[in-house]
Design a protein around this ligand. Structure first.
Ligand SMILES: C[S@@+](CC[C@H](N)C(=O)[O-])C[C@H]1O[C@@H](n2cnc3c(N)ncnc32)[C@H](O)[C@@H]1O
Length: 265
């Protein structure tokens, strides 16, 4: 089974759904068997295109602004004040952040808004950059456009809406768009976390890897995490989803708050 070959964990009902959906895909591609399809996934070009399509079939892209809000409170209440105290005297400190498995970008933009709000309230000035990656090219396109149905901002305060979102003018099919100065802070890129050969330049002070590990087998999770953690600075922070667990993985991190870890120095 392809999913097992690539270390993707699925309950039986999802396996059946996966097979029937991929059957349609196989017909579209005029491919007769799952083995042949697996060969396409090994192919250099097929890897990027087909992995992206396959991932869209089998994973959920569910996300929302300020999802698991405690993380954003931790960012503004602990991570950013600590960073501020560590860089005192720097002319323009820079913080680098990676949002891995970013889906349609709402997580990345929530991080930006949290940082902007922190700077406004503390008077602290810093530069920051967010690299946001996903395997789904469809999600990355939405993320770059940053145009969403109006309902996604229902739970966001009026103050934040006014500062960081633009409303569409049309009366029907209302949409919001994230403001340009926020969009400009994020670079979106394709990246398959399971690809052992990906190469990323630079180190990150904070990595969000939330609600993405759940699709992988424990051994794959550990492999993915070890590679991701190579890019986290000592003393940097890793955020995972509240329903995810790193128990018995023996990683170079320690827990500091629910589903937040700090890299050992
Ligand atoms: C449920 S969403 C999580 C979005 C966001 N991190 C959050 O918590 O709101 C999971 C994302 O992981 C992405 N994903 C799944 N497998 C991946 C892989 N192998 N490499 C990179 N991204 C992957 C999916 O495309 C999806 O957008």
């Amino acid at each position: 089974m392809i999913s097992e070959k690539y270390g993707i964990k699925m309950p039986i009902e999802k396996k059946i759904m996966f097979q029937s959906r991929m059957q349609r895909r196989l017909q579209e591609l005029n491919i007769g068997s799952f083995d042949e399809y697996a060969d396409l996934l090994q192919d250099v070009k097929g890897q990027k295109d087909e992995f992206s399509i396959m991932a869209d079939y089998i994973s959920t892209n569910k996300t929302e602004f300020f999802r698991e809000n405690a993380h954003f409170n931790f960012l503004s209440g602990s991570v950013l004040p600590k960073f501020q105290s560590q860089v005192q005297g720097f002319r323009l400190p820079i913080m680098n952040i990676w949002s891995a498995g970013c889906s349609s970008g709402q997580e990345s933009y929530s991080i930006c808004i949290t940082i902007e709000e922190f700077m406004r309230s503390s008077g602290f000035n810093m530069a920051y950059y967010i690299m946001a990656t996903d395997i789904s090219t469809r999600m990355l396109k939405t993320a770059k456009e940053a145009i969403y149905p109006m309902t996604v901002v229902d739970d966001i305060s009026l103050d934040l809406k006014q500062k960081y979102f633009l409303k569409s003018k049309g009366l029907t099919d209302s949409k919001v768009r994230v403001a340009k100065e926020i969009r400009d802070k994020v670079r979106f890129a394709y990246l398959n976390l399971m690809d052992d050969s990906y190469h990323i330049k630079g180190d990150f002070h904070v990595i969000f890897l939330r609600n993405t590990l759940i699709y992988f087998e424990p051994a794959v999770q550990k492999r993915v995490l070890n590679k991701v953690l190579e890019r986290l600075v000592d003393g940097g922070y890793l955020f995972i989803g509240h329903s995810e667990s790193l128990i018995n993985m023996n990683l170079p991190i320690r827990s500091i708050a629910p589903s937040v870890y700090i890299k050992n120095k």
